[in-house]
Each structure stands twice: as structure tokens, then as C-alpha cells.
Design a protein around this ligand. Structure first.
Ligand SMILES: *Cc1c(COP(=O)(O)O)cnc(C)c1O
Length: 359
């Protein structure tokens, strides 16, 4: 029996995708072996990899002057790789700090450059995004980095920051593929795969070609965007299974209305859950309404001593991974693309019952 999995990542995958992977696991495309057993340089896998890239380009509308890289080291690795590729030693990098992942990116960049935090929601408890006209970039900085969706506290930008000509870098890990995005407004988009793209082990970097060719000599070759772009992300062995599975997830997105389809599905889910929370008189979500995430929905109950019981009873009811992040407490439902509306409805039904019993 499959449960509804509300994990923040690795996260739920579409059942159709898992079934297809299962069907193909032992004998992929009549080759007599699993995709995992193929050489990454063989014709079959090279075609599969190129097909996944073509699907990503089609689904996201990625312009031709952007490279798509399929790398390892996760989004966290990119917190180091991006400064090593795009900044000079000691140069300033502008950051907007809206939560835990921005904070980690700033700390990592500090090893290689000089972070300059131009806006921070820290003193407000990370429950909002800064107003669009409330910050100024430093024109000398290498780029502006921000986090469109902060996964842990569920804070999502409802606008694209104006970087005033600086390259705009965005950590899309927990919101990529959830709705249409104007790729050409960004210079680099990166995302760990395990939220909305597939299994862990893969990080996708979508980068404007103009930014290539600037890596520092000490940048590890496997993280050098220019070298990886020149080698179709196969400077060394890529995470072949995760790349293959990304292709299956993209086929599923195409079959379900593309990113417009995902947006409609995700908005319906998020609206249902937030509407219930706000009207419940029992649960609360602390995030400013305009900045509420479609993907990660944290919620609290007045009596926090019941949180453990909530999570235990929910798990028994087939609703798993609802504990809030260890740094925040409370509960969090991550409702990525693969979580169906019925899963969110089952969660709301459970929450109602729990509130009636304990409120
Ligand atoms: C999950 C996440 C990360 C970290 O991803 P890893 O692949 O584990 O390195 C970074 N940023 C955001 C916004 C995330 O949600």
C-alpha cells in the first residue's frame, strides 16, 4: 500500500514514473540490462541523457543560449561551485537572505568570496520576503543570489528580484517545475533533483553561456561549468540512474499539461490546505500570505506538546513525514508536484479529526 508522503526531500515521485522504472528495470529498451548497467558513453545512454535534456528545455522553455548541466554534489555543492565559477577571490557577492538555505549559501560563499547581504528577513523570523524596492545591489558584486522558495519555513517569492544588471542566480531546488518560469530573467538556475525532479544524486544547473569561462583555477574540474558544458556533463561518470529518472518525470509532466498543468494542480492543493489552516481556529501558518510557498506548508498547533502525537497518528493513517524541520518544530507538509490533490484532501480530513479530538 502506497502512503501519501509529505517529505521535503527526497520526496514523493509520481506512481506512473515508478511503475515505468520498475517495468524497465531489468531490461531497459530491449538491451538486456538495466539502465544502471549501461556505460554513460554508450549510444543508448547518451541518447537517453540527451532526451532528458531536450524534455527539460521544452518543458521549461529554456533559451538556446543557456547550457543545462547535470552534476553531482547537490544544491549544497553549488553553494561552493557558483562562487568558484563566477566570482574572483575576495570579490563581493550580493545575497538576499530569506531563510535557512540562503543562510547556508552565504556561509559557504564566505569561504571563497565576500558575501554582502543586501536584504534579510532574519530579524522578522523568516516569515516574509523583502519588498521589491527595499534593497540595492552593489554594482561591483559578482552576482546576486537568492532563494525563490525557502523549503524549511515555506517562504516563496511572489516576484523576481531586479538585480540591476548583475547576474541573477537562483536556488530553485524546491520550486523548479512547479509552475512556469521565465528562464531568461535569470542567469543561472540550479536545483537539487530530489524535490521535484527525481531521485537524489543529481543537481541541475541552467546557465547563461555568457557566464562560462570564468572559473578559478582551483575550482574542482567536476564543478567547472565550462569544462562540464564542453563535455555534455560527462567529464566524469554522471549519476546515470537519476538522469534517466528525470527524463521519466519530465515525460509525466508533459503528459499532465506541462508547467501550466503543474501550476493549476499545485495552486489547487496549496489553496485547499492554507484555506483550511486559516479557517480551522486550531492550526496556524506564520508566513505572510503573499509569500506563502506552494510547495512547503509549515503549520503549528497551539499545544506543541501534541506535535509528536499528531505525527504518529498521521503516519498510522498513511500520511507520512509530517514533522516540521528539526530547527523549526511544528509540522510541515511538502506538497510537491507528485503529491495528488487527494493526498492533500486526506491530510485536511485527518487534521480536522485531530483538531476535533484535541482542540
Ligand atoms: C534541499 C535544498 C538544498 C540542498 O540540496 P542538496 O541536494 O541536499 O544539497 C538547497 N537549497 C534548497 C532551497 C533546498 O530545498
Amino acid at each position: 500500500m502506497r502512503v501519501y508522503n509529505f517529505s521535503a526531500g527526497p520526496a514523493m515521485l509520481p506512481l506512473e514514473v515508478l511503475e515505468r522504472a520498475k517495468d524497465e528495470l531489468l531490461d531497459w529498451g530491449g538491451t538486456g540490462m538495466s539502465v544502471m548497467e549501461h556505460s554513460h558513453r554508450g549510444k543508448a545512454f547518451v541518447e537517453c541523457a540527451a532526451g532528458a535534456e531536450a524534455s527539460l528545455r521544452e518543458v521549461m522553455g529554456i533559451p538556446d543560449n543557456y547550457k543545462c548541466l547535470f552534476l553531482q554534489g547537490g544544491a549544497y555543492g553549488e553553494f561552493a561551485a557558483i562562487p568558484l565559477n563566477l566570482s574572483a577571490a575576495g570579490q563581493t557577492i550580493d545575497f538576499i537572505n530569506t531563510g535557512d538555505w540562503s543562510t547556508k549559501a552565504i556561509a559557504e560563499a564566505k569561504k571563497y568570496a565576500t558575501p554582502n547581504v543586501i536584504a534579510s528577513e532574519k530579524d522578522n523570523g523568516f516569515v516574509d520576503v523583502p519588498a521589491p524596492d527595499s534593497f540595492e545591489v552593489n554594482p561591483e558584486s559578482a552576482y546576486l543570489h537568492y532563494t525563490p522558495n525557502e523549503t524549511i519555513r515555506g517562504v516563496e517569492f511572489d516576484y523576481i528580484p531586479d538585480s540591476k544588471g548583475l547576474p541573477l542566480i537562483a536556488d530553485f531546488s524546491s520550486t523548479i517545475l512547479s509552475r512556469p518560469v521565465e528562464v531568461d530573467k535569470f542567469d543561472l538556475i540550479f536545483a537539487g533533483a530530489q524535490k521535484n525532479m527525481g531521485p537524489s544524486g543529481l543537481v541541475t544547473v541552467i546557465v547563461n553561456e555568457e557566464l562560462l569561462g570564468k572559473a578559478r583555477p582551483e575550482c574542482p574540474s567536476v564543478w567547472d561549468f565550462t569544462q562540464q558544458a564542453a563535455n555534455d556533463s560527462m567529464l566524469n561518470t554522471p549519476p546515470t540512474f537519476a538522469w534517466y529518472l528525470l527524463g521519466l518525470v519530465l515525460d509525466w509532466i508533459k503528459a499532465n499539461g506541462g508547467l501550466e498543468g503543474m501550476a493549476a494542480r499545485n495552486k489547487a492543493k496549496a489553496d485547499a490546505l492554507y484555506d483550511y489552516i486559516d479557517g480551522s481556529g486550531y492550526y496556524t501558518n506564520p508566513v505572510a500570505k503573499h509569500a506563502r510557498s506552494w510547495m512547503n506548508v509549515p503549520f503549528l498547533q497551539a499545544n506543541a506538546s501534541l506535535d509528536k502525537q499528531f505525527v504518529t497518528e498521521a503516519t498510522a493513517a498513511g500520511l507520512t513525514n509530517l514533522a516540521g524541520h528539526r530547527s523549526v518544530g511544528g509540522m510541515r507538509a511538502s506538497i510537491y508536484n507528485a503529491v495528488p490533490l487527494e493526498g492533500v484532501q486526506a491530510l485536511i480530513d485527518f487534521m480536522k479529526e485531530f483538531a476535533q479530538k484535541n482542540g
